[in-house]
Design a protein around this ligand. Structure first.
Ligand code: PXG
Ligand code: PLP
Length: 441
């Protein structure tokens, strides 16, 4: 492949979550993007079946969002995030709060998902402390969960590879629920698996072990995206909610992927009919066009911080770029597109079509599971003996060369199609994957 970069340039950039030598031996360089397509440096068009990194669902370079960003940067480029603000930040808060389920009516801004998670964990600690429950410090995450890369996030997260290099420096006082995936009990489930609600009862075991008086929060992704679309079993999230309420534990839904349409609803909370105490968001809030994230919280949590003595009623927490004006402008435009274009409904209407196309791959060589919900899906392959991840890499690499991008995640091809993907585009994507699966059998 022609690359406009020389070896020294390629070598200088330490790319995250990427085997650098592998990437640099055949760099995937993207020089433009429009709608559902990426334009490569060697002049090809690639269908973006992963919406960037779960974030560009409303289409690359959406003209309304581009215009909003351009206008904003020329009018107000930056304003201090502390003790000052700008009107659009409040306008966006109002809109996000309106999209979230009641009583989640207050928004704290961050610059992405990792810091949204760390913020939510800190707010949980602060909340309990202010309520006079300072012993409530323990956090409960879940195996195979992904909550970003901050020390808080990797601590409650359950991706072994992301934790082991930093093992003794993860937060103390964290425990994990079991993940909910079982090939034996739920392989090839369409949508929510019928088996597995009882796994939420593991929280009762952890409460018996640590005592509720020591536990601050439970954090889970309603649908675990990074692990490869682990869909919550029917009734599972409700049971977690009931147990958290019973024991006075805050429930945090990490909706960095689920939020803003991916689940065919505003948030996973609404898709699954369960209201948490906090929701973290990022990615699609700006359609991936500016870095922005945040935490939506209940009035109970917000008011607890505000009820402190005057001049100290703050969270003692915030980022230089919290509610950055240009990111907020992108957010306002993206949320407007999300609402006026009826994105959540659009996804819901196309979900069955997507589901049936995906599940038509059942029976192809080495396909051991297919999972889907909303516009998220995963096709999982049997690993080559002693070489985990390699089959998945070969298949997704061949697919990219054929003009279709899906995320390679171990021995899985992960789908997050653009919300405007047509039936023809989805079918072409699935058929291209079928050919690559057969070619790599
Ligand atoms: N929480 C969740 C649930 C996420 O999916 C983050 C937090 C962190 O967000 P930032 O903006 O700090 O990256 C994420 C991010 C994948 C993949 O392969 C997914 C993410 C990041 C990298 C890879 O699915 N999601
Ligand atoms: N490190 C130093 C030395 C800083 O001054 C700051 C912010 O002022 C930070 C880290 C945090 O940066 P941010 O607010 O962008 O997260």
């Amino acid at each position: 492949m022609d690359t406009p970069l020389n070896a020294r340039q390629l070598d200088s950039y330490f790319i995250g979550f990427t085997p650098n030598p592998l990437f640099k031996s055949k760099p995937r360089l993207i020089t433009g993007a429009e709608g559902s397509y990426l334009h490569t440096s060697d002049g090809k068009k690639v269908f973006d079946g992963f919406s960037g990194l779960w974030c560009s669902g409303m289409g690359h370079s959406h003209p309304k969002i581009v215009e909003a960003i351009q206008k904003q940067v020329a009018q107000l480029d930056y304003v201090s995030a502390f003790y000052m603000s700008h009107p659009p930040a409040f306008a966006l808060t109002e809109k996000i709060a309106a999209l979230a389920p009641d009583p989640l009516n207050h928004v704290f801004y961050t610059t992405g998902g990792s810091d949204a998670v760390d913020s939510a964990l800190k707010l949980a600690l602060g909340y309990h402390r202010l309520k006079g429950n300072a012993t409530r410090t323990r956090m409960i995450g879940r195996e195979r969960g992904y909550h970003g890369v901050g020390f808080g996030g990797i601590s409650v997260g359950g991706m072994v590879a992301n934790r082991k290099m930093f093992s003794t420096l993860t937060l103390p006082g964290v425990d994990h629920l079991p993940h909910t995936h079982s090939l034996e009990h739920m392989a090839f489930s369409k949508g929510q698996p019928a088996w597995g609600a009882h796994l939420a009862d593991e929280l009762d075991r952890l409460v018996a072990l640590h005592d509720a008086s020591n536990i601050a929060a439970v954090i889970v992704e309603p649908m675990a995206g990074s692990a490869g679309v682990l869909v919550p079993p029917i009734g599972y999230l409700q049971r977690l909610r009931d147990l958290c309420t019973k024991h006075g534990i805050l429930l945090i839904f990490d909706e960095v992927i689920c939020g803003f349409g991916r689940m065919g609803a505003n948030f996973g909370a609404q898709r699954f009919g369960v209201v948490p105490d906090m929701i973290t968001f990022a990615k699609t809030v700006t359609n991936g066009m500016q870095p922005l994230g945040g935490v939506i919280m209940t009035s109970e949590i917000y008011n607890t911080f505000m009820d402190q003595p005057e001049f100290t009623n703050s969270a003692f927490h915030g980022y230089t770029y919290s509610a950055h004006p240009v990111a907020v402008a992108a957010g306002l435009a993206a949320v407007d597109v999300f609402t006026t274009e009826g994105v959540a409904q659009k996804v819901l209407e196309k979900e069955t079509l997507f589901q049936e196309l995906l599940h038509s791959l059942k029976g192809e060589p080495n396909v051991v599971d297919i999972r889907n919900i909303g516009f998220a899906g995963s096709v999982e392959f049997a690993s080559l003996p002693g070489q985990p991840g390699i089959r998945g890499h070969r298949i997704t690499e061949a697919l990219y060369d054929a003009g279709y991008y899906l995320r390679w995640s171990g021995d899985q091809a992960v789908f997050a199609p653009p919300f405007d993907a047509t039936a023809e585009e989805l079918e072409a994507l699935v058929e291209a994957l079928r050919r690559c699966i057969r070619a790599n059998a």
